[in-house]
Design a protein around this ligand. Structure first.
Ligand code: ADP
Length: 268
């Protein structure tokens, strides 16, 4: 079982990897990743395609377990607990550490049932109406859907569907929300709404977001990790962490030349 998160201070580390290596079969996708994710902050992962951003994100809620060829070496801890220890239940991990995907993926059910689905499975004993309203309010969607809670989640616009997915993630009372390019399928106005939402959500949740959009990373995140790929002799490409710092440092005065070149749009 996972123990309950403590609330010591605002900069406590929630997720930590130490010398993490990830393989898909014999292919080394990520090497030597050591990174601490702080509580109640938005941390952005940026870097060119294929550098392992999504792979690392999926290590945090054990979603890679579903990929047969996946293998990890090194440590991933959540509030100090080894997430890959044998006694840890991956289903419980995914409740604590929720995920929002690139394409909005509401269940083909009503808005109401989308929100209550996870709570019902987890045997939630509270008031479901209250849970629905609270989750939708937190996801800044309540006012738009309060009169049509029985309508299908699929009847909403793309931006609303993504906020519904955020509300669904919130409804199971997670501690962390992982977001894998959550705005890449959205129009600019819907994107801005989700970005505004992140500022509110981080007061209660720890957020890690993968984004291809550097303006988005600089607008929404407190911390930014820049990943890159290095070629191997055999023609492979290994992802690694180049630099991790406060977002303003990464964008204004990074230590590494590769970071400077990437954030100024010179490659990637
Ligand atoms: P990013 O999110 O930065 O684009 P990914 O984490 O998706 O990078 O991918 C990192 C590397 O791992 C890439 O070379 C990709 O082809 C490989 N990869 C990702 N998922 C799988 C998988 N399920 N099986 C095999 N290789 C994979």
């Amino acid at each position: 079982m996972l123990s309950n998160p403590q609330t010591k201070n605002q900069t406590e580390t929630v997720l930590q990897t130490e010398n993490l290596k990830v393989y898909y079969g014999n292919f080394l996708a990520l090497r030597d990743i050591s990174i601490d994710i702080p509580k109640n902050r938005v941390t952005a992962f940026i870097g060119p395609s294929g550098c392992g951003k999504s792979t690392l994100l999926r290590c945090y809620n054990r979603l890679n377990d579903l990929i047969k060829s996946f293998r990890a070496e090194g440590k991933v801890t959540y509030h100090g607990q080894d997430l890959y220890a044998s006694e840890i239940d991956p289903v419980e991990v995914r409740r604590r550490i929720g995920m929002v995907f690139q394409r909005p993926n509401p269940f083909p059910k009503s808005i109401y049932d989308n929100i209550t689905f996870g709570a019902r499975i987890n045997g939630y004993r509270g008031d479901l109406d209250e849970l629905v309203e609270r989750s939708l309010r937190q996801a800044a969607l309540w006012d738009e859907v309060k009169d049509k809670l029985r309508a299908s989640g699929l009847s909403l616009s793309g931006g609303q569907q993504q906020r519904l997915c955020i509300a669904r993630a919130i409804a199971v009372q997670p501690d962390v929300i992982l977001m894998d390019e959550p705005c890449s399928a959205l129009d600019p106005i819907s994107t801005l709404r989700v970005e505004e939402l992140l500022h509110q959500l981080k007061e209660q949740y720890t957020i890690v977001i993968v984004t291809h959009n550097m303006q988005q990373a600089s607008r929404v995140s407190d911390m930014t990790a820049f990943f890159n790929v290095e070629p191997t002799e055999k023609g492979g490409r290994i992802g690694y962490l180049v630099e991790y710092d406060r977002t303003e440092v990464i964008f204004q005065s990074p230590q590494q030349q590769a970071t400077q070149e990437y954030v100024s749009g010179r490659f990637g």
